[in-house]
Design a protein around this ligand. Structure first.
Ligand code: FES
Length: 104
């Protein structure tokens, strides 16, 4: 599957951009599994809330925009044929997919 991930490093970049990765996704993988695969096998510099606090869809720390909708990375299963576009959940980006949470 093809995965586009938003990248932004405020110490080096003037604007965000997307990097594209080919990932051999497996049945029942979650968005978090995809991010873990890329981090462990392709590009270890990707910043994301790796398993947040709970890894069970409770804490909300792993929330991301996945194909335009807010999803929890740890509990959102993907299909192997899908093209994923993964963006931060808000515009307070510290780096890549890591944000400062907005207080409602
Ligand atoms: S890690 Fe807690 S909701 Fe995903």
């Amino acid at each position: 599957m093809q995965v586009k991930i938003y990248r932004y490093d405020p110490s080096a970049d003037t604007a965000g951009h997307f990097d594209t990765f080919d990932v051999p996704a497996m049945p029942h993988w979650t968005v978090m599994d995809v991010l873990d695969y890329i981090s462990e096998n392709v590009d270890s510099t990707i910043a994301y809330f790796k398993h947040g606090a709970c890894d069970h869809g409770i804490c909300g720390r792993c929330a991301l925009h996945v194909n335009g909708k807010v999803k929890l990375a740890c509990s959102t299963e993907i299909s192997e044929e899908q093209v994923l576009e993964i963006r931060p959940v808000n515009d307070n980006v510290l780096r890549d997919l890591v944000v400062i949470p907005k207080i409602q």
